[in-house]
Design a protein around this ligand. Structure first.
Ligand SMILES: [Zn+2]
Length: 286
């Protein structure tokens, strides 16, 4: 009988700004999920988009996680050190998959941002590299239940016109390389999962299990994000921040009486119940 692989999860922020309540919530959810399964919890800094990065943000994220008692296992991985692996994966997909050059602009792309080989770039054109997808990869989300893609055949950018690797390529290459078994992340990435599953299959990599947690919105329903200027969390108020996040995650209120971040995280690990999020679409803060 095959044995279950050991749980390996990860938190994978982009260094586009300091942690805010929304990103802390995702970190806490993936941490608790891993710890409650006696698993390994990794930290991956997704720093492959320099134009969007903020100097010092990666260090600030590391310090904030430590201040909140969210210690990760193994050495943190910086995606900027993995460019060779992304190039190799791109070669592999080109050999076995349907990768093509695309010179479309935003204005000429079809519905859903797909090119579907509508353009005919010349050798001189600056092009992105895209891969054709069937749009038929469904999955069973651990929180949201069965999910099916809504748009049939489409395509996905693997390398952008500015020669930077796309998020979707880097994330599947690293999930496979780090033997990630369980992905817990924000629901804003749910739509990406269908394409990522097809890429994983083309790369003949194992598919992790997915759990998408609701995103945190402000009172007007806008997702908290670094781009929208969400306030950075105050590391000096770590215990208060963790209590707030556990309340947003609809977790048992018994744990809120813990007196230290360590005690709170231990209690929250023992009481972790992701199913409490099933009926929730968005979490409103404050
Ligand atoms: Zn095109």
């Amino acid at each position: 009988m095959a044995t279950q692989p050991e749980y390996r999860g990860r938190f994978a922020p982009s260094p586009t700004g300091p942690l805010h309540v929304g990103s802390l919530l995702t970190a806490v959810a993936s941490y608790l999920d891993a710890r409650s399964a006696s698993g390994t919890w990794l930290l991956r800094i997704e720093d492959i988009d320099p134009p969007r990065e903020v100097p010092g943000a990666a260090d600030s994220i590391l310090r904030s996680l430590e201040a909140h008692g969210l210690y990760w296992d193994e050495t943190e991985l910086y995606q900027s050190t993995r460019l060779e692996a992304y190039a190799e994966a791109l070669d592999e997909l080109t050999e076995c998959g349907d990768v093509f050059r695309c010179c479309c602009t935003r204005a000429t792309l079809g519905p859903g941002g797909s090119c579907l080989k509508r353009c005919s770039p010349t050798l001189e054109d600056v092009t992105a590299l895209r891969v054709c997808l069937l749009g038929n990869a469904g999955f069973d989300d651990r929180i949201l239940g069965p999910q099916q893609p809504k748009h049939g055949a489409n395509d996905l950018v693997l390398r952008r016109k500015d020669n930077l690797y796309a998020y979707a390529l880097a994330v599947v290459v690293d999930d496979a390389w780090q033997s990630i078994t369980d992905v817990v992340r924000g629901e804003d990435l749910l739509f990406q999962t269908f394409a990522q599953l097809e890429l994983l299959a083309q790369l003949k990599a194992e598919q992790p299990s997915y759990a998408h947690v609701p995103v945190v919105c402000d009172a007007s329903g806008i997702k908290l994000s670094k781009q929208a200027g969400a306030t950075a969390i105050d590391d000096k108020a770590a215990l208060k921040n963790l209590r707030k996040v556990l309340e947003l995650l609809c977790q048992d209120s018994a744990q809120l009486h813990a007196g230290s971040t360590r005690e709170l995280l231990e209690l929250a690990t023992s009481l972790w119940n992701p199913q409490a999020l099933q009926a929730r679409r968005a979490l409103v803060y404050p």
